[in-house]
Design a protein around this ligand. Structure first.
Ligand code: NAG
Ligand code: NAG
Ligand code: NAG
Length: 419
């Protein structure tokens, strides 16, 4: 049987391998002895103060077994900073969140980084001051390096994962307030993007990345060959403890403490006799096609993996647009048609169909304020709510100020109601 590449497991398993190595070397009691004999150096006070102006990052010191703590102060905007790092400059520390050390006439100072995300924030702030931001428009969130944060939300609708460059990627969940953002780590869907980016075009077989949940987090169970582990859904790191590992040749994954039936569309894989499985219809389909291609090659046929095998989504399901009877329809993660969204072949609606609005309404469930979609499941350019209308982009994000009078919207067209 053809093996699919399982790149990422190296990362996860390496981590726990190194951790267990450390357990052996750094026995309990080692550190207290080390601290008595060698002692720990004095660290900067900033981490202990931790107020608006004095703060730092507490790190494990680079001593053996990380027995000591170490404080790296973080500087504020406009503070002096050294460019050379420890030993070279006058101060040891680093510029805080979103700042970088810039050489100027009077020395080196921490300044806000110039990045697309910061520029988008500045643009939002400028418009906000003059009252020109929409009620459902969100200030872009940037990370410590000035890149886009992992999640963007359309308040009242859904939140979705985005890449460092601000492009929407796999992973969406209903917006239930600020906690939705905190629960969406999108590390699994970002890892998929990274794997995709790093695969050379010469690769002969499709790559199966880690399995994600529809919100872009890690599926709580990840398997390497026939062994399944419980993992942290935010980080993907293997969890330790009893009931966190099974061998599918003997036991089903329902025996795992982290098994969650609500996340599992294929319960039949765990019934009956071993060997048990961990797969989905989409992944199984790819595997079968790969097997077929390998067999054809062995028999001397010239077949191309690229044109023959297309992938599954990061949650191991089919894409959300299906073709039935040559017509495109929008489907949910279980392959069931959403509403009556469809597009006939050879129409513009067929070619630009993305089903994003259909999917958003399906995720929002019975909520009364679902967006209005076009017949092909895309977002209608104009959305109205509580007597006010606004322009939205293809992801449903508000663009500019809302108006009571639709004709005053920049995206207004005569046929706005029907897309
Ligand atoms: C933070 O703590 C330092 C040292 O205790 C103090 O000098 C400074 O004024 C404090 N800043 C704020 C904003 O409270
Ligand atoms: C798991 O898959 C194998 C190979 O496809 C199959 O023979 C076996 O019956 C499956 N096990 C279960 C419990 O469905
Ligand atoms: C497919 O489309 C044709 C022509 O529109 C129609 O006659 C037929 O019933 C359709 N088949 C299915 C399964 O929907």
């Amino acid at each position: 049987m053809a093996k699919l590449y399982k790149l990422y497991y190296f990362v996860v398993l390496l981590l726990c391998f190194v951790e267990s190595l450390c357990d052996v070397l750094c026995e309990p009691g080692f550190c207290s002895e080390f601290r008595q004999e060698t002692g720990c150096g004095r660290t900067a006070p900033e981490c202990r103060i931790n107020n608006a102006t004095h703060h730092g990052l507490t790190l494990a010191s680079p001593t053996i077994c990380n027995c000591c703590e170490f404080c790296l102060p973080t500087f504020n905007e406009g503070d002096h900073c050294s460019r050379g790092g420890p030993g070279l400059g006058t101060t040891i520390g680093r510029c805080g969140h979103g700042l970088t050390c810039v050489a100027e006439a009077g020395g080196n100072f921490c300044r806000r980084m110039t990045t697309p995300c910061h520029r988008a924030q500045d643009d939002f702030d400028r418009r906000h001051l003059t009252g020109n931001t929409g009620a459902l428009e969100e200030r872009p969130e940037c990370d410590g390096k000035g890149k886009y944060g992992v999640v963007a939300c359309v308040p009242t609708q859904t939140c979705f994962c985005q890449s460092e460059t601000g492009e929407r990627i796999f992973g969406e969940a209903p917006y239930l307030g600020p906690q939705t953002k905190q629960n969406m780590h999108c590390r699994c869907s970002r890892l998929h993007e990274e794997i995709k980016r790093n695969l050379g075009p010469g690769l002969r077989k499709p790559v199966v990345g880690p399995r994600c949940t529809p919100d872009g987090n890690f599926f709580p169970i990840q398997c390497l060959d026939r062994t399944c582990h419980c993992v942290d859904t935010a980080t993907g790191v293997v969890r330790q403890g009893s009931g966190t590992t099974v061998n599918l040749d003997k036991r089903p994954m329902t025996d795992l403490v982290c098994y969650d039936a609500s996340l599992d569309p294929y319960p039949e894989q765990h019934r009956g006799q071993p060997p048990f499985n961990y797969t989905t219809t989409c992944i199984k389909g790819i595997q079968d096609r790969v097997d077929l291609i390998e067999q054809s090659r062995d028999e001397g046929f010239n077949v191309d993996f690229y044109s023959t095998v297309t992938g599954c989504l990061p949650d191991w399901t089919q894409t959300r647009i299906a073709v039935r009877n040559r017509t495109r329809i929008c489907v949910d993660d279980r392959g069931k048609q959403i509403g009556n969204y469809q597009a006939a072949p050879n129409t513009p609606e067929f070619n630009n169909m993305d089903c994003k609005c259909a999917h958003t309404t399906s995720i929002m469930g019975s909520s009364s304020e679902t967006p209005v979609c076009c017949a092909n499941g895309n977002f209608r350019r104009i959305q109205c709510r509580r007597g006010m209308c606004r322009c939205v982009d293809s992801d449903g994000r508000q663009e500019g100020l809302e108006r009571a009078d639709v004709t005053r919207l920049s995206c207004f067209t005569q046929n706005w109601r029907t897309c």
